[in-house]
Design a protein around this ligand. Structure first.
Ligand code: ATP
Ligand code: MG
Ligand code: MG
Ligand code: MG
Length: 482
C-alpha cells in the first residue's frame, strides 16, 4: 500500500462518515503560541477549546507536522520523524467516545479490498485511562478483548492545555509487531510495564483524545476535574508514516516509499551500503528525514536563519551536510538529495513543483556557506589540536570546543568526532560549563528585558484576542540548541 494510497483511504473513509475534509494548514503554525504545527489539531484549537464554533461538526484532515523535540530520536527509533503527516478526525460536539472508537476499529481492521487498512485485530492493543469505563465498554463492544486493553494512570494518558479549561483522557492504539521487535508486555506488570522501551514493538499508531472535562487549576496532571463539558470534542491523530511502514512490511518509517529513495541516493553518492553498518544506517536515515523536513519547511516559506524557525531549518540542513561528510562524501550533495525527496513526495504534494527550484537554490547556497564554515572551523580545530599535542596533553580544552561552537557553529559531537580522528579527546565537562554560563547570561539578559518597566500593552492586546491561551504543546515547539 503506497503512502499516498493510505492517505487517500483515510480521506475517503471519513468523507463517507460525513466529515468535511479540511486541507493541511502550513507547517508555520496558525496558532501564535507555537513555532510549528505539531499536530493535526493545531488549526482547530478554537473549536476544541470551544472559543469558536466550527461550520462543520465533523472534520478530517491530513496535516503536515514538524516536531523538533523528536530530532534526537530520528534514525535511532523506528518511528520518529522531524517531519511527518498526521491523519486526523475531529468532532466538535458531535460523536464522542463510542463513535470515535467504532470508526477507528472499522478503518483499522476492515478489509483492504473495501478501502480499509486490513490490520489483524489480534495485533491491536489500546491504552486507556484507568477510570474510563465508557471507553473500555466501547472497546469491548467492537471486539477488542480485555487482555489487550491496558489501563494507565492519569499522568500517562491525559490531555490538557496546561491551564484551567478543557481536558480529558486518551485511547492510544498500538500494533504489536511481534516478538522479534522486543520483549512481551507482561499484563501482570500493569501500567509500570508499559514503557517506552517496548515502543518499537508495540508501535503507537493512533491517539484518540476525548475532550471531556472542565479542569481546574493545578500543576502537571494534578488538578481537579470540575465537571463534564457541555460541548465535548474528539481530536485524533494517527501517524501516516507509521501505518505506511507497517503496511509496506519495512522495518521503520525511513524505509517507506516517500522517504527511502533518499537513502538509496545517499548509498549511491557515498558508495556505502545501507544495513551494513549501524552508524552509517542512522546517518542515512537522518539524511532522508532531514532533507524531507527541510524541503517541506522551505515550501511553507521558512528560510535558513539564526533564530526561531529559520534556525531549526538551518540545523536540519547542516546536520544533513555533516551526515553526508561522515559517510565520506565531500562534494556538495544537498540539491541532489532534495531533488530525490521531491520526486518521492510529489504524488502527495504536487504543489511542490512550483517551489522546488527556489527550494534547491536556497539549500545549495546554505550548503556552500556551511562548507566554508566547516573549512574555517577545521583550520581552527587543527591549530587547537596541534597546540594540545605540543603542550603534551591529549585533550582539547573546553574553551577551544566552546569557541568552535560559538564562532563556527560546530556542534559538540562534530568537534568530538573530528578531534578523535586526530587522536585527541575533548574536555567535554569544561565545554558544558561554558555553555551553561552562556545560557545563564542569556537568561539574565532576558529577565532584565522583562523587568518592571516593560511595556505590557502588547501582551494585553494578545490576551484580549485569545481568551484562553493554548499551551498544551508548548514543549513540543521548543527549539533545542545545537
Ligand atoms: P510517541 O509516543 O511514539 O513519541 P506521541 O505519543 O508523542 O508518539 P501523539 O502526540 O499522540 O504522539 O501523536 C499522534 C500520532 O502521531 C502518534 O500516535 C503517532 O502515530 C504519530 N507521531 C507522533 N510523533 C511522530 C513523529 N515524530 N514521527 C512520526 N509520527 C509521529
Ligand atoms: Mg512523542
Ligand atoms: Mg506516545
Ligand atoms: Mg500519543
Amino acid at each position: 500500500m503506497r503512502t499516498a494510497d493510505i492517505r487517500q483511504r483515510w480521506i475517503d473513509f471519513f468523507e463517507s462518515k460525513g466529515h468535511h475534509i479540511a486541507p493541511s494548514a502550513s507547517l508555520v503554525s496558525p496558532d501564535p503560541s507555537l513555532l510549528f504545527t505539531v499536530a493535526g489539531m493545531v488549526p482547530f484549537i478554537p473549536y476544541i477549546i470551544g472559543s469558536q464554533t466550527s461550520a462543520h461538526p465533523r472534520v478530517a484532515s491530513v496535516q503536515k507536522c514538524i516536531r523538533t523535540k523528536d530530532i534526537e530520536e530520528v534514525g535511532k527509533t523506528t518511528r520518529h520523524g522531524t517531519f511527518f503527516q498526521m491523519l486526523g478526525n475531529f468532532s466538535f460536539g458531535d460523536y464522542f467516545k463510542q463513535g470515535a472508537i467504532e470508526m477507528a476499529w472499522e478503518l483499522l481492521t476492515g478489509s483492504e479490498d473495501e478501502g480499509r487498512y486490513g490490520f489483524d485485530p489480534e495485533t491491536l492493543w489500546v491504552t486507556i485511562w484507568e477510570q474510563d469505563d465508557e471507553a473500555e465498554a466501547a472497546l469491548l463492544e467492537v471486539g477488542l478483548p480485555a487482555e489487550r486493553i491496558v489501563k494507565l494512570p492519569r499522568e500517562e494518558i491525559f490531555w490538557d492545555t496546561g491551564q484551567p479549561g478543557p481536558a480529558g483522557p486518551c485511547a492510544e492504539w498500538h500494533v504489536d509487531r511481534g516478538p522479534e521487535f522486543g520483549p512481551d508486555y507482561d499484563p501482570a506488570s500493569g501500567a509500570a510495564g508499559w514503557t517506552d522501551e517496548i515502543g518499537d514493538r508495540y508501535l503507537e499508531i493512533w491517539n484518540l483524545v476525548f475532550d471531556q472535562f472542565l479542569r481546574g487549576p493545578g500543576s502537571g496532571k494534578d488538578y481537579p476535574l470540575i465537571r463534564e463539558l457541555d460541548q465535548k470534542a474528539i481530536d485524533t491523530g494517527a501517524g501516516l508514516e507509521r501505518i505506511a511502514f507497517l503496511k509496506q512490511g519495512v522495518s521503520n518509517m525511513y524505509e517507506i516509499d516517500e522517504v527511502f529513495p533518499v537513502i538509496e541516493k545517499a548509498q549511491e553518492l557515498s558508495g556505502r551500503q545501507y544495513k551494513a553498518n549501524g552508524e552509517d544506517d542512522v546517518r542515512m536515515r537522518v539524511i532522508a528525514d532531514h532533507v524531507r523536513s527541510a524541503m517541506m519547511l522551505m515550501h511553507d516559506g521558512v528560510v535558513p536563519g539564526n533564530e526561531g524557525r529559520g534556525y531549526v531549518l538551518r540545523r536540519l540542513l547542516r546536520r544533513t551536510v555533516r551526515a553526508m561528510r561522515l559517510l565520506g562524501v565531500e562534494d556538495p550533495s544537498l540539491t541532489i538529495l532534495m531533488d530525490t525527496s521531491y520526486r518521492a513526495m510529489s504524488a502527495s504534494y504536487p504543489e511542490l513543483s512550483g517551489s522546488i527550484d527556489r527550494i534547491t537554490g536556497i539549500a545549495g547556497s546554505e550548503e556552500e556557506s556551511f562548507r566554508r564554515t566547516l573549512t574555517q572551523g577545521t583550520t581552527m580545530l587543527d591549530t587547537a589540536v596541534a597546540k594540545a599535542k605540543t603542550a603534551g596533553t591529549s585533550a582539547l580544552s573546553g574553551k577551544d570546543a566552546f569557541q568552535l561552537h560559538d564562532t563556527y557553529g560546530f556542534p559538540i559531537d562534530l568537534t568530538l568526532e573530528m578531534a578523535a580522528e586526530q587522536g585527541v579527546s575533548v574536555d567535554e565537562a569544561g565545554f558544558r560549563s561554558l555553555m551553561a554560563e552562556q545560557r545563564d547570561r542569556a537568561r539574565a539578559d532576558a529577565k532584565a528585558k522583562k523587568g518592571g518597566h516593560a511595556d505590557v500593552s502588547v501582551y494585553q492586546a494578545v490576551g484580549a484576542q485569545t481568551p484562553t491561551t493554548f499551551r498544551g504543546y508548548d514543549e513540543l515547539a521548543l527549539v533545542s540548541t545545537v
